[in-house]
Design a protein around this ligand. Structure first.
Ligand SMILES: [Ca+2]
Ligand SMILES: [Ca+2]
Ligand SMILES: [Ca+2]
Length: 248
């Protein structure tokens, strides 16, 4: 009886095309197995940024991390993949002086669809390497889409905060945790884009992607930046959208 139940549970997972946690969330297959990608996204061992004055960056755990370079796909392709407009993507990174959205040119994106229960968390380790200077405010973001809806996109690293002056800066490995308040099939996106031009690329490294109720304890010296509560604000946004549509 138990095995029958298990079999039907597996069949259900196979039909929905989503799994209860990330496949290859630590990228230790040495490739992007389980992930989809757009642009210059791959899996990497240590990278030498010494020529740019930033040092060597090594994978957070194991031998590999995902390395996304802000090249290869247009910002429009990236926004469309997440179900949002280019303008909405650009509005996730406001100019620190003027408050205007930042023009995005090219970048890369990875994503995976996972079934998540209420009370679970999305957790991942990120490391942003900025290799430009202001006003070329390259940025990294994650997106969360529930049941195929447009993604709610949040910027978690920008050149302005990591290293606004000339030369490259490695932010350091950091944990980001998101509380999931509603059960469903989620697509989680991680991306990085160039701002204004396509000259000096910034990189986003991702490792340890986890979705479930027992996340590994954060490691490293940098404290986690806080826990983001998703759907409360997401639903608020949706409601606001419907309201404005009705008014228009
Ligand atoms: Ca790894
Ligand atoms: Ca810089
Ligand atoms: Ca750049």
């Amino acid at each position: 009886m138990k095995s029958l139940y298990r079999l039907s549970a597996i069949a259900l997972l196979l039909t929905s095309g989503a799994f209860a946690s990330f496949i290859n969330g630590g990228f230790e297959s040495g490739d992007l197995t389980g992930w989809n990608s757009l642009g210059s996204a791959s899996v990497s061992g240590p990278v030498d940024y010494i020529d740019e004055g930033a040092g060597i960056l090594s994978p957070d755990s194991g031998n590999f991390s995902a390395r996304l370079i802000s090249q290869g796909a247009t910002a429009e392709q990236i926004a469309t993949q997440m179900g949002i407009t280019l303008e909405e993507l650009q509005a996730t990174n406001l100019d620190p002086d003027t408050g205007d959205p930042t023009t995005a040119t090219v970048g890369s994106l990875i994503w995976q669809t996972v079934t998540v229960n209420a009370g679970d968390v999305l957790q991942f380790r990120w490391n942003f390497v900025e290799r430009d200077y202001m006003p070329y405010n390259d940025w990294a973001f994650y997106g969360i889409a529930l049941n195929g809806d447009p993604a709610q996109v949040t910027t978690f690293a920008s050149l302005f905060t990591v290293g606004p002056d000339g030369g490259a800066t490695i932010n350091g490995w950091t944990t980001l945790t998101v509380n999931i308040q509603q059960s469903g099939t989620y697509t989680f996106y991680f991306g990085v884009v160039n701002a204004f031009d396509e000259e000096l690329d910034s990189d986003l490294w991702i490792d340890g992607a986890y979705a479930g109720d027992d996340p590994p304890a954060p490691t490293g010296e940098i404290p986690e930046p806080g826990t983001f509560v998703l759907l409360a604000s997401g639903l608020g946004l949706l409601a606001a959208k419907y309201r404005s549509r009705k008014a228009a």
